[in-house]
Design a protein around this ligand. Structure first.
Ligand SMILES: Cc1cc2nc3c(=O)[nH]c(=O)nc-3n(C[C@H](O)[C@H](O)[C@H](O)COP(=O)(O)OP(=O)(O)OC[C@H]3O[C@@H](n4cnc5c(N)ncnc54)[C@H](O)[C@@H]3O)c2cc1C
Length: 425
């Protein structure tokens, strides 16, 4: 085969679509029995669940149009909520502290006014970044706690370039206004979140997926860059002229027998989060009150919960609704069992008053080994060693885990498109 792509996630689909359009002969090998990767979904008794919360907010017109041509979408306003010690605060919490007790509001506002200022270039880590943006009290009680839940690390262990526009940094007027009343304005990095009307999130790829040769249940277990072949877990082998991989960096280096130890060590030091999805289907239509919300309390394992049925009613049977809770860990930490996570999630969501246990008609828990890329302080050095090595072996990498970047779907898609440019070089 001329060009072999490993992985049928959004980056692999995009690479395949664009290369094939340019006349290249392409085949995609996928270890699962279906396409989409993290953009994929699964269905249980008529309840469809994506693999973690997914919306599109592609900024590139060409990509946005391709997604829209694939499937009509709903545009949901980016309104979400935060759960903190029994209070519900509109997102972002730093601008909407009105529901809290007077004492806590005073602590937050005092902390904000007295926060130290520092130019971005001089800030040494995420811990300091949070203190500089929000003041000590808010930083320690909100994002510090969320960091431990979402990233599984202490804020001191993270660097800051990844933050970008992901977190709103308010001025004093916004903090004060939000301490009197919940603000109408949306402070999210995008005003709307789009979601396909039918077929789950991966429908944004319907057009690109059409006509692609994807071979399923083909898990790559060995790569030989010298002799230019890959081997699969079923014992078969495929030669290639060009190899494009969306495999996670820590996995691909282990598949190359000749890979130097230094490279394997660097890949080993990369951090990512892994996570459970607890998916729940309910026999009544009105369980979810928020499209998604964040949970700060540390005794509740779930850090974020969203509603597939609010994304689209196509995701549930008539008269029903659904939620999916996300529970993350650092990949190198001890991970609790499925039973522990399921029990904690259901008990805590019930105690938050979201539903009664006997209203659940579908429950499922599954684990993803690769969720988010973690920007610990050594990521750039370790990642460079691995990427330079793969480039020398003429292996092109794409996607969130192939580039080891905090890519949204449209960025992972773009990295697949860029394989066309690589070829033109
Ligand atoms: C919790 C969470 C929420 C997110 N929310 C959003 C959102 O709202 N909006 C947004 O734009 N982005 C979101 N993202 C990001 C988005 O999911 C990713 O950027 C994108 O899906 C990555 O696609 P990919 O093709 O790079 O990787 P993947 O989707 O991981 O694709 C890789 C493919 O390779 C296959 N594979 C792995 N190993 C092998 C092997 N050995 N042999 C063969 N095949 C193999 C996998 O099965 C998979 O299909 C979110 C991500 C997470 C974790």
């Amino acid at each position: 085969m001329d060009t072999v792509i490993i992985g049928s996630g959004i980056s692999g689909i995009s690479a395949g679509y664009h290369l094939q359009k340019g006349g290249e002969k392409v085949v995609i090998y996928e270890k699962d029995n279906n396409w989409g990767g993290l953009c994929g979904n699964f269905t249980i008794d008529g309840f469809r669940f994506d693999r973690f919360v997914h919306f599109t907010f592609a900024d590139n017109e060409y990509i946005r149009n391709l997604f829209e041509e694939s499937s009509p979408t709903y545009a949901h306003p980016s309104i979400s909520s935060n759960y903190y010690k029994g209070y519900w605060l509109k997102h972002p919490a730093q601008n909407n502290i009105a529901p809290l007790t007077v004492d806590e509001k005073v602590d937050i506002i005092k902390g904000f006014i007295n926060r130290k200022t520092k130019p971005f270039e001089e800030i040494k880590d995420y811990d300091e970044w949070l203190r500089v943006q929000y003041g000590d009290y808010f930083a320690e009680n909100f994002p510090f706690k969320y960091t431990r839940k979402y990233w599984g690390l202490e804020p001191k262990e993270l660097e800051t370039k990844w933050v970008g526009n992901r977190m709103h940094t308010p001025n004093i007027d916004e903090v004060l206004k939000g301490s009197y009343e919940t603000q109408e304005k949306i402070f999210y990095y995008t005003s709307h979140m789009k979601y396909p009307k039918k077929g789950g999130f991966r429908s944004i790829l319907n057009k690109c997926r059409e006509g692609l040769d994807i071979r399923f249940n083909k898990e790559v277990v060995e790569i030989n860059p010298l002799e230019k072949y890959i081997k699969f877990s079923d014992g078969t082998k495929e030669n290639y002229k060009r190899l494009i991989s969306s495999l996670p960096l820590p996995e691909i280096v282990k598949m190359i027998k000749s890979c130097p130890e230094e490279v394997i060590n660097c890949a080993d030091k990369l951090h990512n989060t892994c996570g459970y999805m607890v998916s729940l289907g309910f026999k009544r239509p009105d369980v979810p009150k928020h499209l998604w919300f964040y949970i700060y309390d540390e005794d509740i394992l779930a850090s974020r919960v969203y509603s597939p049925s609010m994304k689209s009613l196509d995701n549930v049977p008539n008269g029903c609704s659904s939620l999916q809770a996300e529970i993350f860990f650092d990949c190198k930490s001890e991970i609790p069992s499925k039973e522990v996570v399921m029990k904690n999630t259901i008990e805590k969501l019930v105690s938050m008053g979201l539903f009664k246990e006997d209203e659940i008609i579908v429950k499922d828990i599954r684990f993803e080994k690769y969720a988010n890329i973690t920007f610990d302080k050594n990521i750039y050095t370790n990642r460079k060693v691995v990427l330079d090595y793969l480039k020398n072996q003429n292996i092109e990498t794409i996607g969130r885990f192939g580039k080891w970047e905090y890519y949204w779907t449209h960025q992972a898609f773009k990295s697949g498109m860029d394989t066309v440019k690589n070829e033109e070089k």
